[in-house]
Design a binder for this molecule. Structure first.
Ligand SMILES: NC(=O)C1=CN([C@@H]2O[C@H](COP(=O)(O)OP(=O)(O)OC[C@H]3O[C@@H](n4cnc5c(N)ncnc54)[C@H](O)[C@@H]3O)[C@@H](O)[C@H]2O)C=CC1
Ligand SMILES: O=C(O)C(=O)COP(=O)(O)O
Length: 599
């Protein structure tokens, strides 16, 4: 039917060519992180604006000393402001001018800092491992990505642990101070041997396992406690995993290597010291907060703990009159675990790369509060990321009223096995598409799940496993919104949900279904959906109304139930038609309903 109308239209219109070389996914990944810089908060919601804004250099605040190689890397991409030893007040003032901040363990990135940033801060880089100085919940709520540098200081921390272990066993620090003061106390500083002694490594992660490896080289019997460590990794280096109580009761030496979490806070306390072998020696290069420091002083005084060697403290620096620091059986260092030349250069490069990547909108491999998606998965999912956001955006604009969206079902149809498809990124982008058109909230990969939950939006995901080649990650994605009415009744499925479906063709997202009508329109620019009685000349009529106002049509398709019955016409337009133009379209007698949607 529509052949004549369509050819007429195409001859008078320049059909916008969509080529894979102009793929929009890069833009959308930027907006996935809200990676725009130096722009007013609400402007970030426009994906094209995001790219334009990248012309302005982002500003990175380096709040603690960072290796030169990392600084050079940052300077190649951003304005770098190195301001050390800022008070919380100064930090809160400065942060509203920064797109990213890089810290070590000495700076508290508190909720107040995120609140003071006015939405501009997009990335926190922790130049090291422990992120207990960053308020992760606040970061996530503010859509701010937190990345760390988890590997470059592992060996340094492990070496420092071993240095403290051996120094403690042989009273190196105390003997050094005594000798320098002119004394010669050979009897006072008789040490203990390490060989044959049992070392319990508490926290068998990166640092813990390196400590274990080195301690075995010193002839120690090494056991480890870590509720989450795989037994085969421990077995591979000849370490037996034991329960917490077993570790406490059998160890001659305890070396702490777990993160500071709610579960590990003050895990060594009066009660647990009481379970230890009398005369145990403790090394802590993890976090001060895992030990109840007052209880440790009591345990040292009671002789339960013979010695402790501590690199980290609950409060850093600790108070000058700290009984723990001053205790004669305690060896201390000022949080030096990561402080080797090599580690600091490595950490600086690792964090600079992560921060620059995140500001560019790339998914970070060391993201702490967002899904980590490997680069190869990302590149194949990229066009589906765009499709997901657009389907969400389209579906929510079809809702009458727009605020009662509570229950959304997403179906991913793929020939891949369910565990071979990571949908977190897609879900986040659907959420972004669903929420942004109806709110002032800025949604990105970091805060998508949080924002959905906060708004009472329940997104359920389903997989349809198709036959066929698993080469293509996804055949189509379907988004259904339940318990709502639609501004475009034809978008309702037979079972009463708003339903839209799309797929990726030649790298370009296409809308392929609206309600029960099959359509095929590339999802670029904006879209007009019309329900009409299928008859000749309809495309021409709508096309010429748009043409009169110089609105460029990029794509047109008609999905119909049967010839001369109801049909849905989907028209992609580059420009936004005026109200009058839309009114004229609505007044065409055969058009029963129509809707204009911004993609
Ligand atoms: N003093 C310093 O300068 C440095 C300190 N660190 C600290 O060392 C600690 C370990 O760092 P990594 O090995 O890189 O981290 P990691 O994440 O590789 O290892 C931590 C391990 O602790 C385990 N764990 C978690 N909860 C536990 C619990 N309740 N009991 C026992 N084990 C538990 C985890 O399963 C994990 O295997 C962190 O706290 C980090 O901040 C790291 C580098 C330098
Ligand atoms: O990486 C860690 O967790 C550390 O504790 C190192 O801290 P720093 O970067 O030396 O302040």
């Amino acid at each position: 039917m529509a052949a004549t109308g369509l050819s007429n239209l195409l001859s008078t219109k320049s059909l916008k060519k969509s080529s894979p070389s102009s793929l929009p996914w890069r833009v959308s990944l930027l907006s996935a992180f809200g990676a725009s810089v130096a722009v007013p908060r609400r402007s970030k919601r426009s994906a094209s604006f995001v790219v334009a804004a990248m012309d302005a250099k982002p500003t990175v605040l380096v709040a603690e000393k960072l290796g030169e190689a990392g600084l050079d890397l940052l300077k190649g991409f951003a304005n770098v402001d190195c301001s050390y030893n800022l008070s919380q007040e100064e930090l809160c003032t400065k942060i509203s001018l920064c797109d990213a901040i890089i810290v070590r363990s000495g700076t508290k990135v508190s909720r107040e800092v995120f609140e003071s940033s006015g939405g501009r801060l997009k990335v926190v880089g922790r130049a090291g491992v422990g992120i207990d100085n960053v308020d992760l919940s606040a970061a996530t709520e503010h859509g701010c990505l937190v990345v760390n540098a988890p590997t470059a200081n592992t060996v340094a921390a492990a070496e420092h642990g071993i240095a403290l272990l051996t120094a403690m066993a042989r009273n190196i620090a105390q003997a050094d101070a005594s000798t320098k003061s002119g004394k010669w106390q050979r009897n006072k500083y008789v040490g203990v041997s390490l060989v044959g002694k049992t070392l319990a490594v508490m926290g068998f992660g990166k640092v813990g396992s390196e400590v274990a490896r080195r301690a075995k080289g010193l002839g120690m019997h090494v056991i480890a406690h870590d509720p989450y460590a795989p037994a085969d990794r421990a077995r591979a280096i000849g370490v037996e995993l034991v329960t917490f109580d077993e570790a406490l009761s059998t160890a001659d030496f305890l070396s702490l290597h777990m993160p500071l979490t709610a579960a590990t806070s003050k895990v060594l306390n009066d009660e647990t010291f009481a379970k230890m072998k009398k005369g145990v020696r403790i090394v802590n290069v993890a976090r001060g907060g895992v030990i109840d420091e007052e209880a440790l002083v009591r345990a040292l005084d009671a002789g339960i703990v013979a010695q402790a060697a501590l690199d980290v403290f609950t409060e850093e620096p600790p108070p000058k009159d700290s009984k723990l620091v001053q205790h004669e059986n305690v060896t201390v260092t000022p949080h030096l675990g990561a402080s080797t030349m090599e580690a600091q250069e490595g950490v600086a490069i690792e964090i600079a790369e992560a921060v620059v990547g995140a500001l560019k909108g790339e998914l970070a491999a060391t993201a702490v509060n967002a899904p980590m998606v490997p680069a190869e998965v990302l590149s194949e999912l990229a066009p589906f990321v765009v499709l997901s956001e657009k389907l969400g955006r389209l579906a929510v604009q079809l809702v009458a009223g727009g605020s009662g969206v509570k229950s959304v079902k997403v179906t991913y149809a793929s020939a891949r096995a369910p565990d071979d498809l990571d949908t977190r990124l897609l879900r986040a982008m659907i959420t972004k598409g669903l929420i942004e058109p109806i709110s002032s909230v800025f949604v990105n990969l970091v805060n998508a799940d949080f924002t959905a939950k906060q708004r009472g939006l329940r997104i359920t995901e389903e997989r349809t496993v198709l036959d066929g080649s698993p080469e293509n990650p996804l055949e189509f994605i379907q988004v259904q919104i339940a318990n709502v009415e639609s501004r475009f009744a034809s978008a309702m499925s037979d079972s009463g949900e708003i339903k839209v479906e799309g797929k990726v063709k030649d790298g370009i997202p296409h809308l392929t279904k609206v309600g029960s009508f099959e359509v095929d329109v590339s999802m670029e620019g904006s879209l007009i959906l019309c329900k009409q009685v299928d008859q000749p000349g309809m495309i021409g009529k709508v096309g010429s109304i748009l043409g009169e106002e110089n609105v460029n049509v990029s794509f047109m398709t008609v999905g119909r139930i049967a010839p001369r019955k109801q049909a849905v016409m989907a028209i992609g337009v580059d420009d936004q038609p005026s109200k009058e133009t839309l009114k004229k379209i609505g007044e065409i007698p055969a058009i029963e309903e129509f809707v204009f949607l911004k993609l």
